[in-house]
Design a protein around this ligand. Structure first.
Ligand code: AMP
Length: 475
């Protein structure tokens, strides 16, 4: 497997940009995807944000488009050749910034369009001609209808964070957009998980794709230390505070299942002296951006959020993630804890399991194909917070099902926890290698510091206008 960028023989202008980014070797998704995309094959990639997937698709696309590079001022010489679709404006903006950096020594142009912004500057950019168009589906359709985005020369399409796009309900928009594109093209689909819906999407729009998985689909990175503590609902707040203090956790995401629970928990943690902000669907865009900025600057230690509100946030390497509530949807467990232990760094994921969560935990076990060890939790006042009797109700249910099945009776639900086995090893050597900071390493891993992408949302995002659909919240 190619490990070093120099072996790829990228165009010198791209190689120069990569060198300036400070990347030394390819991440696993890059090592696997770049050669395949260079060959023009379709790709179905299971990779989360933080694995280096933006470079994995954009570098080979830029390389292939170098054949069309030209300095002409005529818009006709700069048709859209590559289209990158993403679910949220933050992600679109983030990917656009990276692509601009990779293409900075080339004459290839790129632009980003997303909702909540004036169409005029976007229109002007599109009219001048861009080879790479990064977009959210809704706004792209506006431009298609206004005839400012012409897509009949598109050769490459990237559906990035495809699972998120489907979650948000973008499938009809995607179908419409794809119908405007030439049939002969290369299509790349990236998704954190390969749900049946994603597989259906792939089978409709990809041709003989090469499947590439870095941490296995629905697998959690082995660099994340996962704990499931049995904690009664009323003790969760105290348990959270205790863990944060004992483990000296500098920053964490705290996931809850409802907007109301989110607001309440953030308020009470804040009252207890923990610097906390809330991120949920009822917050205005300004409030969300402020909470995010405060978290990024380190003015806030705990960001309490709902799943939908947290989608698409470019916050990497959070030291810890708490599942204050066990998610209703097991896939959200994978998404949530994917925010820690990214790209080889070590992370901590703590889940509080209360008496009614047995079924949800069983769903997670099934998805991550790992048996969860439910640990009792000792509060500092000496009280154990476990309620094992009730929690085991779930297992009893499975045993009953098993017995009934053995007697030949029909069993409706077959969500037995899988037999105890050691966690499935990720195939990826990158994730197998535990993260060990070198003794003289700076606090921030070099892999983050070497990156020139600004961590703030860019000037492209205006905070003045309220845009209800920043995260398209439905929670
Ligand atoms: P992504 O998964 O594309 O969002 O990338 C996550 C971060 O990793 C970005 O800030 C990239 O600049 C950075 N990155 C991408 N590829 C590499 C690499 N080969 N070495 C170091 N950092 C990288």
């Amino acid at each position: 497997m190619t490990e070093s960028f120099s072996q790829l023989q990228l165009h010198p202008h791209l190689a120069q940009a990569v060198a300036e980014m400070g990347y030394e070797s390819m991440t696993p998704i890059q090592a696997q995807a770049i050669p395949v995309v260079l060959q023009g094959r379709d790709v179905m990639g299971a990779a989360q944000t933080g694995t280096g997937k933006t470079a994995a698709f954009s570098l080979p696309l830029l390389q292939r488009m170098m054949a069309h590079e030209n300095a002409s001022t005529s818009p006709a010489r700069h048709p859209v050749r590559a289209l990158v679709l993403l679910p949220t404006r933050e992600l679109a903006d983030q990917v656009a910034q990276q692509i601009k950096l990779y293409a900075k020594y080339t004459k290839l142009r790129s632009a980003v369009v997303f909702g909540g912004m004036d169409m005029k500057p976007q229109t002007a950019e599109l009219k001048a001609g861009v080879e790479v168009l990064i977009a959210t589906p809704g706004r792209l359709l506006d431009h298609i209808e206004a005839k400012t985005a012409v897509l009949n020369q598109v050769e490459y399409v990237v559906l990035d964070e495809a699972d998120r796009m489907l979650d948000i309900g973008f499938l009809p928009d995607l179908q419409r957009i794809l119908s405007y594109l030439p049939k002969k093209r290369t299509t790349l689909l990236f998704s954190a998980t390969f749900s049946p819906e994603i597989k259906r999407l792939a089978s409709s729009y990809l041709q003989d794709p090469v499947t590439i998985e870095v941490a296995r689909s629905n697998a959690t990175a082995s660099t994340v230390e996962q704990h499931f503590f049995s904690v009664q609902t009323d003790d969760k707040r105290a348990a959270l505070k205790q863990i944060v203090q004992q483990r000296q956790i500098s920053q964490a995401f705290v996931f809850v299942n409802s907007k109301l629970g989110c607001a309440r928990l953030a308020r009470s943690l804040d009252r207890e002296g923990l610097k906390t902000a809330a991120l949920h669907g009822d917050k205005s865009q300004d409030e969300r951006l402020k909470a995010l900025e405060a978290f990024k600057k380190g003015e806030v230690d705990l960001l309490v959020c709902t799943d939908v509100a947290a989608r698409g946030l470019d916050i990497k390497d959070v030291p810890a993630v708490f599942n204050f509530d066990i998610p209703f949807n097991a896939e959200d467990y994978v998404h949530r804890i994917g925010r820690t232990g990214r790209a080889g760094a070590s992370g901590l994921a703590i889940s509080f399991v209360s008496s009614s969560d047995a079924r949800l935990v069983a769903d997670i076990e099934k998805l991550i194909r790992t048996k969860v060890d439910l640990e009792p939790f000792e509060l500092e006042d000496g009280r154990g917070s476990a309620n094992r009797e009730r929690i085991n109700d779930g297992s009893r249910l499975y045993r009953d099902e098993e017995r009934r099945a053995a007697r030949g009776e029909r069993v409706e639900r077959s969500e037995r926890p899988p037999a105890r086995r050691t966690p499935a090893k990720p195939v990826d050597p990158f994730f197998e290698r535990p993260y060990e900071p070198s003794p003289d390493a700076p606090e921030q891993p070099a892999w983050e510091t070497s990156v020139k992408v600004p961590s703030r949302v860019s000037a492209n995002i205006k905070t003045k206008r309220k845009v209800a659909a920043l995260f398209k919240s439905t929670d």
